[in-house]
Write a protein that binds this ligand. Structure first.
Ligand code: FES
Length: 251
């Protein structure tokens, strides 16, 4: 084995469909480049499984650049793996040691049913976002948006909240499977900007009502969501969401 490759053992959750009870299967992979991304390692595993006439492991991915929010699995108990502020697709195999056993599971939450292996159905997030509705004010083109003066502190906080990629790691990491960090981020960036002012109260109320109806749990301030978030979304957004809800109840 050269110095820049590792041998690993994988314990991977295999589940043929939503009705299957699922089980772990163990695989061995040798000579994996430490420069390979985690998903490239899974590609190698799947090539190996296909060559052996077995079913490849189903896993979600799209951009592989940390921007689309499609990838995600629980790696050794951590949503998106051990690297803080990093999506699974941007995690590299140099993070792991040779001989290590890596356990891979899907995000587990009532609102994210397993479709197959590591793929879960995150339609619930789409439903929450849809219930937030549209921004009714005419925002014009990009130069028009730049012409609206917005204080730097608000602009920065809105931008930080808007970097949420909707991957669902916050839900997977939360002991209550709460989606409050996701909803907090989505409500926050619009409530911080003048363009989001008109519907701010309805938006907060509707998104939380939808979230509650879809089987997500309540927030108990565990803080695991912020810890797991690959975009470092702050729990400050949950506090802002709660303030928005309070204001919405008063108007
Ligand atoms: S595949 Fe797009 S964020 Fe990972």
């Amino acid at each position: 084995m050269s110095s820049n490759t590792i041998n690993i053992k994988l314990r991977v959750w295999r589940q043929n469909g939503p009705e299957d009870s699922g089980r772990f299967e163990q695989y061995t992979l040798d000579n994996i480049s430490t420069d390979a991304s985690f998903l490239e390692m899974l590609d190698v595993l799947n090539d190996q499984l296909i060559a052996e006439g077995k079913e490849p492991v189903a896993f979600d991915h799209d951009c592989r650049e940390g921007i689309c929010g499609t990838c995600g699995a629980v790696v050794n108990g951590q949503a998106h793996g051990p690297e803080k502020g990093t999506t699974l697709c941007q995690t590299h195999m140099r993070t792991f040691g040779s001989g290590q056993t890596i356990t891979l599971e899907p995000f587990r939450a009532k609102a994210f049913p397993v479709i197959r292996d590591l793929v879960v159905d995150r339609t619930a997030f789409d439903s929450i976002t849809q219930s937030g509705g549209y921004v009714s004010v005419r925002t014009g083109s990009a130069p028009d948006a730049n012409a609206i003066p917005i204080g730097k502190e608000h602009a920065d906080k809105a931008f930080d909240a808007a970097t949420c990629i909707g991957c669902g790691a916050c839900v997977a990491a939360c002991p209550n499977a709460s989606a409050m960090l996701y909803v907090g981020a989505k409500v926050s960036y619009l409530s911080l900007l003048p363009q989001g002012e008109v519907e701010r109260h309805d938006r907060a109320k509707n998104m939380v009502t939808t979230m509650d109806s879809l089987g997500f749990g309540n927030c108990s301030n565990a803080g695991e969501c912020e810890e797991a978030c690959p975009k470092n979304i702050s729990v400050e957004n949950i506090a802002r969401l709660n303030r928005e809800l309070l204001k919405a109840a008063l108007v």
